[in-house]
Design a protein around this ligand. Structure first.
Ligand SMILES: N[C@@H](CCC(=O)N[C@@H](CS)C(=O)NCC(=O)O)C(=O)O
Length: 235
């Protein structure tokens, strides 16, 4: 039986099944990526809900696993060489899960690096820019009531990034063509989140990105996505 007691986070959020991957998360765009990948891969996992309303992501137990104090994070009891491994940063976790299973990433080197490029495009572009846009558009609108520049800057950049996706998806079902990969899993939750959670479909002019909308709909129709989008469930 796996012993995860060397990970302090397991004291506060004890494993139900210590042989399963431990997921510490919340259903946000970054959080759902990992639940979706675990569902797609059919890997067993325990989902632990990290409550932002009480700042659990900044607790010493959580920070012992992710010094950056942000979800998602995982522990895999059966990591490289059969030893447990703790990981944070959703992009790194997705690459890890894909390489562990040999799925959701092309086997050939060219396809693999191209997939990683699109994963990085989300991690360095879409995530931070959409996040800042959502901050000024939805959460801090009152703080910038006399200055439209911050919202416009991130709105324009988010739209520019959507136009890159739109062009990439021309004639392709998924970002890598016919293969659904971690590049899709890391990206579409942000596009859907801006529509649903920020209510920004009009301000970002989603109607002008038909390839992107079709791709998000295809992703949302997948059984694993339907489950993963709500993990960890509300208590
Ligand atoms: N680059 C990180 C970003 C993680 C991130 O920003 N997570 C957000 C939720 S989507 C979070 O934990 N926010 C809580 C906080 O900032 O305190 C990743 O992809 O894992």
């Amino acid at each position: 039986m796996s012993d995860l007691s060397s990970f302090p986070i397991t004291k506060r959020w004890p494993p139900k099944n210590p042989e399963a991957i431990q997921l510490y998360s919340l259903p946000t765009p970054n959080g759902v990526k990992i639940a979706i990948a675990l569902e797609e891969l059919g890997l067993a996992y325990d989902a632990h809900r990290i409550d932002f309303s009480t700042n659990e992501q900044k607790s010493p137990e959580f920070v012992s696993l992710n010094p950056n104090g942000r979800i998602p994070a995982i522990i895999d009891p059966n990591g490289p060489d059969g030893k447990p491994i703790g990981l944070f940063e959703s992009g790194a976790i997705l690459v890890y899960l894909a390489e562990k299973t040999g799925k959701l990433i092309p086997a050939d080197a060219h396809g693999r690096y191209e997939t990683l490029a699109w994963v990085m495009f989300q991690m360095g572009g879409i995530g931070p820019m959409f996040g800042q846009f959502g901050h000024f558009f939805k959460f801090a609108a009152d703080k910038v009531a006399n200055n439209s520049y911050p919202m416009e800057r991130y709105r324009d950049e988010s739209q520019r990034l959507l136009s890159i996706l739109e062009a990439r998806l021309e004639g392709r079902s998924w970002l890598m063509g016919e293969d659904y990969t971690i590049a899709d899993i890391t990206t579409f939750p942000w596009v859907e989140g801006a529509r649903k959670f920020y209510g920004a479909a009009d301000v970002l002019d989603y109607a002008s990105f038909p390839n992107v909308l079709g791709w998000v709909d295809r992703a949302l129709a997948r059984p694993a996505v339907k489950i993963g989008m709500d993990v960890p469930a509300k208590p």
